[in-house]
Design a protein around this ligand. Structure first.
Ligand code: AMP
Ligand code: MG
Length: 483
């Protein structure tokens, strides 16, 4: 069925976790199953009853010792000393075809000692959102935890409304968070900080040195991975929504999909999390927040790394972020040659997109068809803006810039198509899949979306609808024109 080994994490002392069996999910049924990921683990295309039972938390695998990991974290800037897996359970480790080990977690599998009074469940809606987002990010080539399956149940779960329960199967080489280190640091458990650092370094940072220098190298590598991760988020318009340190992966993966969103219209201050009234986790703040979180991680490692080395590691953030973001944006703009003025070109574009409330994915994708000498190719781009003047000026500059590029138009177009997704997990598309699943038990849309998002750069016949900006954008546009 599925070979699950006791997790490497479970070999850490009992202070790192609590043993906890899943709470059975009444009358479980399969909602989603990621055949492509399943194949990586030699799992069947069609999961049989025992596997569904296992992924629903109703049949703990033989020999496994399910556990909930403990961690802490800064939530909206405030330190919370006691968090942990409140509804996720680590069943064990699974090994893929390439020999890479992954932790297999069930999210929504019931209460744990870290549930803090909550029910330990996840609702179908949120598991669908995490399932689709993980696979969309993977399709974009952005580091992320993966999602294997959703098992649903008619068991009611009480949120703002009554919803139903579901369990998501999540995979990652490690789910250790910045907050895992903070937990032990602020309790003065220095030996545990070292133990956890050694555990993570030995398994996931193989090139780190030996001796005490390894900790500084480890921190620097986390800083650099995080900088590259956020650069990719920015370039593809992803807003995480809850960048608390307990949601920051030590491996530089996108972790814990809650109130995330992908930009449709470009709005620098866009917030997707309704409870984030001050916009702490707005799109344009993500690099600054990531750096803030890395400072918190550095503090948690301060018993292992001296102040100068911590500072040196943190100083890597900005150059790595700027370089990675610049490279990604230049690829999206079809610019091969390095040019000192490109940073300004990108900046001006973002202002023009913001001012015109331009749909970001659609604009970037359509920009590939722009031909400097063909005025007709400007129209589909200008049509996306409610303030086309600034965009018109920008296209003039861009046309001049393209004239210095050695690559022929058609080839540039093909390369830009490989950097600008046609299919993006727009909020209205995810909502549609959720509505069909919740209201009509129609789960086909989840799988249809997942398949499109797994290859977001490649046009699929009959999928034109999925490449369009949200339909209500038109209404929004008309309303604002009159102001
Ligand atoms: P999140 O904001 O989803 O990253 O969760 C923050 C903390 O709350 C983590 O410790 C979660 O495990 C916990 N948590 C969130 N939702 C639930 C729930 N329904 N039941 C138990 N714990 C939860
Ligand atoms: Mg979390």
């Amino acid at each position: 069925m599925i070979n699950i080994d006791p997790s490497a994490f479970s070999t850490l002392p009992g202070t790192f976790h609590a043993r906890q069996a899943p709470t059975p999910l009444p009358a479980p049924y399969l909602v989603a199953y990621n055949v492509e990921l399943a194949a990586q683990f030699d799992l069947p295309n069609e999961p049989a009853e025992p596997l569904i039972e296992l992924l629903g938390g109703n049949r703990p695998p033989a020999g496994a010792q399910p556990l909930a990991a403990v961690y802490a974290g800064h939530q909206f800037g405030v330190y919370v000393p006691q968090l942990g897996d409140g509804r996720a359970l680590l069943l064990g480790d699974v090994t893929d075809r390439h020999g890479q080990r992954h932790e297999l977690q069930l999210k929504g599998a019931g209460r744990t000692p870290f549930s803090r009074g909550a029910d330990g469940r996840a609702v179908l809606r949120s598991t669908i959102r995490e399932y689709l987002a993980s696979e969309a990010m993977h399709g974009l080539g952005i580091p992320t935890t993966r999602a294997l399956a959703i098992v649903g149940s008619d068991q009611p779960v009480y949120r703002e409304q009554i919803e139903t329960a579901a369990v998501l199967t999540r995979l990652a080489p490690s789910h250790v968070r910045f907050g895992s280190f903070e937990y032990f640091h602020y309790r003065g458990m220095t030996d545990h900080v070292r133990r956890l650092a050694d555990f993570v370094i030995n398994a996931h940072f193989p090139t780190a040195a030996t001796g005490d220098e390894r900790y500084a190298e480890f921190l620097r590598e986390v800083v650099e991975r995080t900088a590259r991760l956020i650069a990719a988020w920015q370039a593809q318009g992803f807003v995480h929504g809850v960048m608390n340190t307990d949601n920051m992966s030590i491996l530089g993966l996108t972790l814990d999909y809650g109130p995330y969103g992908f930009l449709d219209h470009f709005e620098a201050g866009r917030v997707f999390n309704h409870t984030d009234h001050r916009g702490r986790y707005a799109y344009a703040n993500q690099a600054g927040i990531a750096f803030w979180n890395l400072q918190a991680l550095a503090e948690a490692l301060s018993t292992l790394i001296d102040g100068d080395a911590r500072e040196a590691a943190l100083q890597r953030f900005e150059p790595v972020f700027v370089k990675a973001y610049g490279e990604l944006m230049c690829r999206k703009l079809g610019l091969e040659r390095a040019d000192a003025a490109d940073a300004d070109l990108i900046d001006r574009l973002l202002h023009a997109l913001h001012d015109g409330r331009v749909d970001y994915p659609a604009f970037m994708r359509r920009l590939g068809a722009f031909r400097p000498h063909d005025p007709a190719t400007r129209e589909p781009l200008l049509a996306l803006s409610r303030a086309p003047e600034a965009l018109r000026d920008w296209l003039d500059t861009y046309a001049a810039r393209l004239a210095t590029e050695p690559v022929p138009d058609a080839e540039r177009h093909a390369r830009m198509d490989a950097a600008n997704p046609l299919y993006v997990l727009r909020t209205h598309l995810a909502e549609r899949a959720i509505r069909l699943a919740s209201d009509a038990r129609d789960y086909g849309e989840i799988e249809r979306l997942r398949r499109l998002l797994a290859r977001p750069f490649t046009p699929q016949p009959g999928a034109e609808f999925y490449a369009e900006p949200p339909p209500d954008g038109a209404g929004d546009f008309a309303l604002s024109c009159s102001s």
